[in-house]
Ligand binder design. Structure first.
Ligand SMILES: [Zn+2]
Length: 89
């Protein structure tokens, strides 16, 4: 503690959750694909998601993991439900 600690310039960038940080690392093509997948998941009622080709959070999570992206399914779920730590929404 002391003056030097008090004078640290705080990072003023908006806080992003794990999902948003992951998205920010993607290139434009992958971001567009991710956004589209999220839009499809959100546009489909949970009880019929499985019936329309499995466009579910589980499906999204597995696709991400298959491509080497490390993220928890809960992080995806929280972001899509708007209960994540994002300050940019
Ligand atoms: Zn978020």
């Amino acid at each position: 503690m002391g003056l030097a600690d008090d004078l640290i310039v705080k990072d003023t960038a908006p806080k992003l959750c794990a999902f948003a940080r992951m998205r920010a690392e993607f290139d434009a093509k992958d971001q567009a694909a991710l956004d589209n997948a999220v839009k499809e998941i959100m546009a489909t009622a949970p009880q019929i998601r499985s019936a329309v080709g499995g466009i579910t959070i589980r499906w999204l999570h597995e696709a991400l993991r298959k491509n080497g992206v490390r993220i928890g399914r809960q992080s995806i779920n929280d972001h899509l439900k708007g209960v994540c730590s994002c300050e940019s929404r």
